[in-house]
Every structure is written in C-alpha cells, then in structure tokens.
Design a protein. Structure first.
Length: 265
C-alpha cells in the first residue's frame, strides 16, 4: 500500500548513464521507496532530459534496497488538503509528472523487486517492459487505505496494459496481485530470482539495442496516443472523492496507524 513518508532528507531519484543505457533508481529505502513530490519532480526532469539526449537508447528503472520498487506516494501531503479542488490539482500533477516517462521516445524497462503499489504501479506501467522478482506484489489498495481515487489517464493506462477486469480487482476489491498471475496475464514480460534481475534487465536492454530505434519510437508513441485519445473528463468524480469525509478520515487514520471507518460521506 502507499506509505507514510519517512526519512524525507534521503528521498531521491538517482540517474546514471552507462553507454547508451540510462539507469534510474528510486532511493527512499526508509519508506520502501515511497515517492515524495520532490522525487516525482526529479523523475519528470530526468525523463525530459533523456528525451532530449539522442545518445540514450534505453532506460531502466528500479527501486533501491532490493525490497520494493515504489510503494506509493507520500501520504503526509494529503493532510493539508482542504477540498476536492486540491485533489483535482494533485491528480493532474501526478499525470504531468508521469507523462514524460510514458512518452519517452525510447524503450523503457521496469525492474520490480518487491512491491509496486499505487504510484509505483503507475510508474511500472508507464514503462514498456516489466520484469519482476518471483514474490513481487502489485496493486492500488486505496479502497482499503485512503479513500481517494485515480486520474482517468492513470486508469486508462492501467486498463490498456493489464485489462479492465484486473484493474477492477485492484481498485474495487483492493486486491494485491501476484507476479505469477500478472506474468500469465501478460503484464509482466518475465519473472526471475532477485539475484538474476540485474543480469536479465541488461540482457533485455541489449536485445532492444539491436532493433530499429525509429520504429520503436513510432510504435510506442502511436500506442500512447491511442490510449490518450479515449480519455473522458472526470474532474467531478475526483473532486467529490477528495472532498469527502471518507478521504479526510482515511488519511488521518493512515497517519495514526489505525484502520479507517468508511461512512460513504
């Protein structure tokens, strides 16, 4: 599930370039690599820079620490939300942070060791290929934890990559889905022992480097535009959800470490 922000002063997104391959690491180990706003902004900036660099042909994304890819977002920020408009602005901001990743003109790989939850699931899904450890878990359990909702572009992206029925299980039932099931479903390209993930990610990158880059760019951006072309206006639903008593109570309960009580108001 999403995590309360801890150790904010060590929360960072690291970038390393080795030849034609960029390695991006989410480093907030104290909070299972939960994303702070500053981390989202760093991710956005890094992806914008990668898109401008013709020398970079592949990007690999991974969480630090070996136990989590990204466990979600910094929940403490929600305590300052006053009304539904704050929620609309937040969801639009998350979309703007992740859009440069989804629209990178090069193939991208998510290496998932542990949890990919909430914002982490969104980041992994923005990548073209996902390989995971055998025990990895995936989900968006906000119906059990916070009582908020997702931006329509986020849901559309999830549905396009794993199917609407799987997204229903994640959002309506708050289920966490195993790597084994998502491998069978096709969301994951492969699963490996944790010790093999680095080697397998590099092997996949080398395989991608041998193929036509302009064709890869055109193909992935055409698919992205098809998904984006189907988006409806859902601000009313986002505004209602983030303006609800349930959301305020969900955040307060989470930060206290207590189970929320939903009232439907």
């Amino acid at each position: 599930m999403m995590q309360k922000d801890q150790g904010r002063n060590v929360a960072q997104v690291l970038f390393e370039l080795r030849g034609k391959i960029a390695y991006i690491t989410f480093d907030h180990v104290a909070a299972h690599n939960a994303m702070t706003v500053a981390m989202y902004e760093s991710l956005q900036s890094i992806c914008q820079d990668i898109a401008k660099n013709s020398e970079i042909h592949i990007a690999i994304f991974r969480g630090a620490g070996g136990k989590s890819f990204v466990s979600g977002s910094d929940i403490a920020q929600f305590a300052s939300f006053k009304n539904g408009e704050d929620g609309v602005r937040y969801e639009e901001a998350i979309h703007s942070y992740l859009n440069p990743l989804a629209l990178l003109p090069i193939p991208t790989i998510a290496v998932i060791d542990g949890m990919a939850v909430g914002g982490g699931l969104a980041i992994a899904t923005c990548c073209d290929f996902r390989i995971a450890s055998l025990d990895a878990k995936f989900g968006v359990p906000i119906a059990r934890t916070l009582g908020n909702c997702l931006y329509p572009g986020n849901i559309a992206w999830l549905a396009a990559h794993m199917g609407m029925n799987m997204v229903r299980r994640m959002l309506l039932l708050a289920e966490m889905i195993s790597a084994r099931e998502l491998l069978t479903q096709g969301y994951l390209l492969a699963t490996h022992h944790p010790d093999e993930l680095t080697k397998e990610a590099d092997a996949l990158a080398e395989r991608l480097l041998k193929l036509a880059p302009i064709t890869q760019k055109a193909s992935k951006l055409i698919m992205a535009r098809i998904i984006a072309n189907q988006l409806p206006d859902c601000e009313d639903l986002i505004r209602e959800t983030y303006g609800s008593d349930d959301f305020r109570n969900g955040v307060a309960s989470f930060l206290k470490g207590e189970p929320p009580v939903w009232t439907g108001k």
